[in-house]
Design a protein around this ligand. Structure first.
Ligand SMILES: [Zn+2]
Length: 291
């Protein structure tokens, strides 16, 4: 009996040791890391689903989260302009940072890096996680990164990744069916968060309430948008939860269009419990508003 308990304790200690601590920038990446890592990982994230990932105020607690982590997964393309600061502040020499954008087909990449794409999209549009077809690249790269840290678990990570991707791919077929009647329809966004989603679903983005990414709405641009919405009969203005909706509401009042508040990340108050839930919510809300 005594030996049994000793070996049980040793086994538990080994299991605790084998758990890889992963930190991600967004809750969406945390969900994907959990799907792939299963019970071999503990996962935490930095940005809450209702926070603007472009404008995060760095706190010492973020550095603490990274201090004991083995892996830090980021969206990349300068979405997390604050990432280097918290990596440096963590003083964790063993930390691996993996940029999940490396193999993604990128949209809105400027011919040269300057302010022509606004303040926050200098390397192109980083919101690629909102096209679920990019999940395959992200999940495969997460499986590779975890396998690099824990090679004996590679089969386990690959099997988890395949099972999750089958689930996502089945949902993609359903979402495409739901949205097929609305292909070619025009929408207005606040920020360029949904460029990848629009490209996937064949929606046309007529304009943004922000004149450029990271640049606040101006009265002149709002007046132009009112004319544009009236002329094209645009029904939907999509606004992220963390932006001021007053300019969008002004356009809506003047035109009869609807303001649709859509989260861009999971983990938002019941609406989007995980990545699939986020996309489900997005598609249901969009289809409802475009009807
Ligand atoms: Zn952005």
């Amino acid at each position: 009996m005594k030996y049994f308990f000793v070996s049980l304790m040793l086994l538990l200690a080994a299991a605790a040791q084998a758990e890889v601590k992963v930190v991600t920038s967004l809750p969406d990446l945390a969900d994907l890391a959990r799907r792939v890592g299963g019970d071999r990982v503990v996962v935490d994230y930095i940005v809450r689903g209702d926070q603007n990932p472009h404008a995060l105020e760095v706190k010492p607690s973020y550095m603490m989260k990274l201090r004991s982590a083995k892996l830090f997964l980021i969206v990349g393309m300068d979405l997390e302009l604050w990432a280097q600061q918290i990596v440096d502040g963590s003083r964790n020499d063993a930390l691996r940072v993996v940029d999940l954008s490396r193999r993604v087909h990128k949209l809105e990449v400027p011919a040269r890096v300057d302010a022509s794409q606004g303040d926050v999209h200098r390397l192109g549009n980083p919101h690629y996680w909102l096209d679920p077809r990019n999940v395959r690249i992200m999940v495969e790269d997460i499986a590779s990164a975890l396998s690099g840290i824990s090679p004996s678990d590679e089969q386990y990570f690959r099997a988890n990744a395949d099972a999750y991707l089958r689930q996502v791919e089945q949902k993609i077929v359903e979402w495409e069916q739901t949205m097929r009647p609305f292909a070619g329809r025009q929408v207005i966004k606040f920020h360029k968060s949904w460029s990848y989603l629009a490209a996937w679903l064949g929606l046309t983005v007529a304009d943004q309430v922000e004149p450029k990414p990271g640049i606040a709405p101006s009265p002149g641009h709002t007046v132009e948008l009112i004319a544009q919405v009236r002329k094209a009969g645009i029904k939907v203005i999509i606004v992220e939860p963390f932006y001021d909706a007053s300019a969008a509401e002004q356009i809506a009042r003047a035109t009869g269009a609807a303001v649709l508040r859509l989260p861009t990340s999971s983990g938002v108050a019941g609406e989007a419990p995980d990545y699939i839930g986020l996309m489900e919510h997005t598609i249901t809300a969009l289809a409802g508003a475009l009807k």
